[in-house]
Design a protein around this ligand. Sequence first.
Ligand SMILES: Cc1ncc(COP(=O)(O)O)c(C=O)c1O
Length: 378
Amino acid sequence: MAPSEKDEPAAERALARTGSLLEIDLDAIIGNWRRLGQRLGPGASCAAVVKADAYGLGMARVAPALFAAGCRLFFVATPDEGLALRRLLGAAEIAVLNGLLPGTEGDFRRARLIPVLNDLGQVAAWRARAQTRALPAMLHIDTGMGRLGLAPNETARLVAEPSRLAGLTLRAVISHLACAEEAANALNAEQLARFRAPLAHLPAAPASLAASAGIFLGGDYHFDFVRPGAALYGVNPTPRAPNPMSQVVRLKGKILQTREIDEGMTVGYGAAHRMRRPGRVATVAVGYADGWLRSSSQRGSATLGGQRVPVIGRISMDLLTLDVTEVDPALARPGSFVDLIDESHDVDAVAAAAGTIGYEILTALGRRHHRVYRGGAG
Ligand SMILES: Cc1ncc(COP(=O)(O)O)c(C=O)c1O
């Protein structure tokens, strides 16, 4: 009797249908969070940045795992992300980096979100809501990023008139480093000094300057809490030194077809790759719609049977092509998986081949991968 569909477990059927498998190791994320926390002095704590769907890895799985491990303060970018996180974590503190957008005050109050106030207008708007009870707020001071946060003249006005904060519970004063990945960059010490100066005059509140890379600049940069994102997810926070973080993601792509291609024939759009000798090409079901950036055309690589095999031709929307001439044909066959991200070729290596940073590789990971989460129980 032929086996019926019911005999195949759902996980196997999903694997049969998908063109790619994305494994996300929640225990590695927790381990990275603890490792960063261990670098801090007594009294300093480690928050977690889970914006952009936890850097593409799935806030709905990542944030509860971190909460279960003891993390209590989370940062998102937008109010919508804050509302989604509140639905997941009733008891966590949730701060919204992009600030108090006009018309969102009611959402902030109802969902107990903490706005990171980025200018004096936002300070005034949030105060206006604090009529019956003090409302929590963080204050972002721009010390050299030139992006979000109170401009130097606004910080000076606040220092001169701290009554502008009356009615608010200052949960934290934060700033953000522009060049923390370059330990020798003079701007780090300048930002540190520009951060310390107003802190001495503002109402007492926990202070926070460092994100992932800033943690590795030393204890002066740690203050009361740090705000890592990328390092939690395995991106190297010290790009000029070996990665101190554990790898979190593994991505495998399925070979759909292999074929012999004659010398002189071309592969893919634009006929961008011409075979210099007869060879074998494997077509894999991962393309730029899955976050395998088109800029890694002709440059990226994968691992198959322990061998690195080069991407040839252009990455297209759903497919990439590999030169597998040197690989045992028994391995390079339809249905086999190639490793696109693994320990030997991590997110930073993939980013280098695409001319970008690990942050972009993670946040670009598409929705079509079959996702499997490991660990994180409890
Ligand atoms: C204000 C702020 N804090 C912390 C982070 C987390 O940075 P990283 O992912 O480098 O740790 C970011 C990320 O963009 C940020 O904008």
